[in-house]
Design a protein around this ligand. Structure first.
Ligand SMILES: *Cc1c(COP(=O)(O)O)cnc(C)c1O
Length: 393
């Protein structure tokens, strides 16, 4: 162990945890020092919203803290049912099911439905949990180039030759919004490619749900994809909704298959019922406080226009995830440390999370950020501009 740990340090890939001693928000505390946080996924500022907190408290008074068992034993409550029904209605799907986390949902749905003899095609930059789900399913598993429909098609065509029987299933799976780049997958094209190839499309909308679309219902709403076009819709509660957990929505057969066959669903304790009520409160706030999405969009646009003036290496992302490419792991660690010393927290993302030589700052925006927070961030980035030199050239 020691040798591997030492190597990781030498490669500037060592990870450290910051210990936060305040609630999630635009400003957080570490060791009695205040920081502006541009690294959380609390896009709408709901993680510490008074109504969500109050709902959690009230519901805990009724249900207690723990659910006490897994869903198939005695952990499944009417609070879980209410949330599932509400999500099905909101997303226009037949049914929805709640998982303990997004990671579990992705492993659980893929391996419950797909297995030996099936084919799975994944975007190269998919979230680790989707890749792991594909691997443990036992299906034949291939990755296509990022957002590259023609590369996906050539993978599909190659695998058509020879092996085709009626029970063989094909899954195409992608992030809706890519977690390290913030770009949106070409879901319309993926849906029509899936249809032409009798494949099933699955989208992980962890970063789109709550943020994108007229009502904040994510990529499926933004691009108007119904259940037939997008049969497996997955999203999480731990990001824009500010709570914890995840859901999968789709046909009755899909949800029943999960209940019957998904090991990641069956063999784990159900989430606390109070958390289900808190999540329903967040869903209600998506509608009632839609100005949060307006503020978030404003914050993103303001940052982008100012960063452009500073010639910072912006990507094309229009979502709250704004990466700034640095390149080397060593430099990105140094840069993040400089910003931290100045009181600004941003993600320093290095391999293996992203490809080699593409280490970057991952700056995330929230409706909770005020103008002065963004100004402070821009000022820090301006002072550290020399770190971006390489990416400029
Ligand atoms: C965060 C994330 C997950 C995991 O969700 P958790 O609820 O945190 O386990 C899955 N997929 C994507 C794209 C994510 O960003």
């Amino acid at each position: 162990m020691q040798q591997r740990l030492q190597e990781r340090k030498q490669q500037h890939l060592y990870r450290y945890r910051k210990t936060i001693s305040s609630a999630c928000g635009a400003e957080v505390n570490i060791n009695n020092k205040a920081y502006i946080d541009f690294s959380s996924n609390d896009y709408l500022g709901l993680a510490n919203h008074p109504l969500v907190v109050e709902t959690l408290k009230k519901s805990a008074q009724k249900y207690g803290v723990g659910s006490g068992a897994s869903h198939l034993v005695s952990g499944h409550s009417d609070a879980h049912e209410r949330l599932e029904n509400e999500i099905a209605t909101l997303t226009g799907r037949d049914r929805a099911i709640v998982f303990s986390s997004g990671y579990m949902a992705n492993l659980g749905v893929i391996s419950a439905v797909f297995g030996k003899g099936d084919f799975i095609f994944e975007d190269k930059w998919n979230h680790a949990s989707l890749l792991d789900g594909g691997l443990i399913s036992g299906a034949r598993f291939q990755r296509y180039l990022h957002n590259d429909i023609s590369n996906l098609k050539s993978h599909l065509d190659k695998n058509k030759l020879g092996n085709h029987n009626s029970t063989q299933q094909t899954l195409i799976v992608t992030d809706g919004v890519f977690s390290m780049d913030g770009d949106i997958a070409p879901l319309k094209e993926l849906a029509s490619t899936a249809e032409k190839n009798q494949a099933v499309l699955m989208v992980d909308d962890a970063h789109g749900f709550g943020v994108l679309g007229e009502n904040g219902l994510g990529c499926a709403e933004l691009l108007n994809l119904n259940q037939q076009q997008l049969p497996i819709l997955m999203a999480t509660f731990g990001k824009a909704l500010g709570t914890y957990g995840a859901f999968v929505a789709g046909s009755n057969a899909l949800i029943e298959s999960i209940i019957q066959f998904s090991r990641n669903y069956i063999y784990t304790t159900a989430l606390p019922p109070a958390l289900m009520d808190a999540t329903r409160c967040s869903l209600r706030l998506l509608q009632e406080e839609s100005e949060r999405r307006v503020q978030l969009r404003y914050n993103i646009q303001y940052f982008r226009s100012e960063a452009k003036l500073l010639n910072l290496p912006l990507s094309d992302s229009q979502t709250p995830i704004q990466p700034l490419l640095v390149g080397s792991s060593e430099r990105v660690s140094q840069l993040a440390k400089k910003l931290e010393e100045a009181g600004v927290l941003v993600g320093a993302i290095r391999p293996p999370t992203v490809p080699k030589n593409t280490a970057r700052l991952r700056i995330t925006f929230s409706a909770a950020h005020k103008q002065e927070h963004i100004e402070a961030l821009l000022e820090c980035l301006k002072q550290q501009k020399s770190f971006f030199k390489k990416a400029d050239q």
